[in-house]
Each structure stands twice: as structure tokens, then as C-alpha cells.
Design a protein around this ligand. Structure first.
Ligand code: C2E
Ligand code: MG
Ligand code: MG
Ligand code: MG
Length: 294
């Protein structure tokens, strides 16, 4: 019967699909081992004040360096971690690393007291039981105050998990942890809802920032998000700022904070330590660095 319409049943087993499925299965089992082999780590991207250039903090971004496959993008392995249920274990491992790193930086420089670290949670983690307790415990173990940590959750993740999501965000904010909506503008949240969500910051998705200069429409979207944030007293961070033109346009529209390749790509912990050293002592030629051992 299948042959009557000129196709074979066996088409579902075409070689390309087979390869893709096999590659995916391989990634799944390798990701499981990545925890035992300690292949996951973080890079840190500076978030800055757009007018002064001062550092506000960093966003911790997951990295996986596989011995044979090389660097695997978080866009590839985070969804697999979610589907396989590994996200809980991976998330706690990374949160521990982020908190210990932040504690180390704090111990080295008083300047770091004013900085905070952003940590991404994925949709599947929102419904994880005891997550708020786990986050508080991670802070506690590294002796970090709650205002050191900012949790990022994408707009679509909140929309998909509205009930448990709101509960978690409330709990985090009651503990003093700030909450930021990531990739804002891509997730269709309603105005009425946004007003009720327990939030501190909107992060404008980089797709709007990238197209801003050549698209009246994208500029209008950014302007609208800024007005909206202002009306409900939220700060705004623009993501993916790559050019000076974008920075100055954002600043002229009243956006105060941003991150992107214009300022810095995500850095490893040693590079951040150097950056902190420069920030607390901007003229190392004249004075020896006094910010302590990194
Ligand atoms: P995100 O949270 O929106 O992170 C911003 C992404 O934009 C990062 O990609 C960053 O490297 C990239 N980026 C920053 N500045 C620029 C720029 O100027 N131009 C361009 N083209 N890109 C820029 P990355 O590190 O590949 O992460 C991708 C996504 O993976 C993240 O998007 C986040 O959703 C997810 N992710 C990363 N780390 C974690 C994690 O620890 N946990 C969870 N659940 N998700 C994570
Ligand atoms: Mg993020
Ligand atoms: Mg984002
Ligand atoms: Mg993103």
C-alpha cells in the first residue's frame, strides 16, 4: 500500500535521519558522562553601565568541552539536558561553580562587593521541587549575600510554566535574589501579566538590538520595551550590543545597562580576575596592583 503513492514505508529510516538520531543519542550519553568527567564549566560575560562603562556584574554562561567532539554549544546541550532530566544535576553543578567563583572574586577585591552574578535557569528547572532552597543553600555554602545573585529566566519559560514559575520567582525575590526576564520581546507575554510578575529586570533579546539601526520596526520595539519597563519600574539590560552606534542609540533612548561583544565576549575566570584587577586599579603602570591575589 505504501508503494502506491510512490513512497516506501522505509523512508522513515532514511540515512540522514538515522545519522541525526545517532548523533543525538551519542550527545545524550556523553552529556551524562560530562558530569563525572568534569567537562562543564562557565564563562562570564561582563554587564556594564552604558554611559560610564562601569561593571555591573557578569552573566555566567555554560560551556562544555568534550575531549573528542570539542566545544558543544549550550544551545545544543541545554535542550538535551532538559529532555533527559540531566538539567537538575547540571544546573546545580554550575550554580556551585558560579557561587564559589564569585566568593573567590569577592575575597580578592572590595570592588566586587557591588557586583552581582547572573545565572540562567531553564524552563524545566522551574518546576523542580526545592529549587529555591537549593539556590539559597548554594549561596550559603559560599557565604554570599542574596543580592549577589540574579536569576535569569526566559520570557517563554515563564509563560510555559506560569503557575510554578511565579511561585518560584516570588520565593527567590523574598530571599533577596533578583529576577530578570531573559530574551524579552520574543515570548508574547501580555502587558497585564507582566505587571503582576515578580521581576526586577527585563533583558531585551539581542535579535532586536542587532537589527535596530536598519529597522524602524525594531527600534520601535526597543523603545516600547523601554517605556514599558519604565512604567512598571523595571531596569533594562540590552543584550548583544556589538557596535558603538547601537550603544549610543540605546543610551539616547534611556537604556542604562547592556552586554555584548562591543564591551566583551564571555571570558574565562582568569580573564575576569584580570579585568577586576584593572577596574580597582586603572593605572597599573604607576601603582602596583593592590587588590590582592587572584
Ligand atoms: P542567553 O542567556 O540569552 O545568553 C546570551 C547569549 O548571547 C550567549 O550565548 C552569549 O555568548 C551571546 N552573546 C553575548 N553577547 C553577544 C553579542 O554581542 N553578539 C552575539 N551574536 N552574541 C552574543 P551562549 O553562551 O552561546 O548561550 C546561549 C544560550 O544558552 C543562553 O542564552 C542561555 O539561554 C543558554 N544557557 C547558557 N548557559 C546556561 C546555563 O548555565 N543554564 C541554562 N539553563 N541555560 C544556559
Ligand atoms: Mg541569559
Ligand atoms: Mg538572552
Ligand atoms: Mg538567548
Amino acid at each position: 500500500e505504501a508503494k502506491q503513492n510512490g513512497k516506501s514505508h522505509f523512508e522513515v529510516f532514511n540515512p540522514a535521519m538515522h545519522d541525526a538520531a545517532r548523533a543525538r543519542l551519542e550527545l545524550e550519553s556523553e552529556l551524562r558522562r560530562s558530569l563525572e568527567r568534569d567537562e562543564l564549566y562557565l564563562r562570564y560575560q561582563p554587564i556594564v553601565n552604558l554611559s560610564s562603562g562601569t561593571l555591573l556584574g557578569f552573566e555566567a554562561l555554560a560551556r562544555w568541552e568534550h575531549p573528542r567532539l570539542g566545544d558543544v554549544s549550550p544551545n545544543q546541550f541545554i535542550p538535551i539536558a532538559e529532555d533527559t532530566g540531566l538539567i537538575g544535576a547540571i544546573g546545580s553543578r554550575l550554580l556551585g561553580i558560579a557561587c564559589r567563583q564569585m566568593a573567590e572574586w569577592k575575597a580578592s577585591s572590595r570592588f566586587v562587593d557591588d557586583l552581582s552574578i547572573n545565572f540562567n535557569l531553564s524552563a524545566k528547572q522551574l518546576s523542580q521541587k526545592g529549587l529555591a532552597d537549593e539556590i539559597r543553600a548554594a549561596l550559603h555554602e559560599s557565604c554570599l549575600p542574596a543580592d549577589c545573585l540574579r536569576i535569569e529566566i526566559t520570557e517563554s519559560a515563564i509563560m510555559e510554566n506560569l503557575h510554578v514559575g511565579v511561585e518560584l520567582l516570588c520565593e527567590l525575590r523574598e530571599s533577596g535574589i533578583r529576577v530578570e526576564i531573559d530574551d524579552f520581546g520574543t515570548g508574547y507575554s501580555s502587558l497585564a501579566l507582566l505587571h503582576k510578575l515578580p521581576l526586577d529586570v527585563l533583558k531585551i533579546d539581542r535579535s532586536f538590538i542587532g537589527k535596530m539601526l536598519h529597522s524602524v520596526e525594531n527600534t520601535a520595539i526597543v523603545r516600547t520595551i523601554l517605556a514599558l519597563a519604565d512604567s512598571i519600574n523595571l531596569d533594562v539590560i540590552a543584550e548583544g550590543i556589538e557596535t558603538e552606534a547601537q550603544r549610543s542609540q540605546l543610551q539616547s533612548m534611556g537604556c542604562n545597562f547592556g552586554q555584548g561583544y562591543l564591551f566583551s565576549k564571555p571570558l574565562d575566570c582568569d580573564e575576569i580576575s584580570q579585568l577586576l584587577c584593572q577596574q580597582c586599579n586603572p593605572n597599573p603602570q604607576r601603582q602596583p596592583c593592590s587588590c590582592g591575589p587572584f
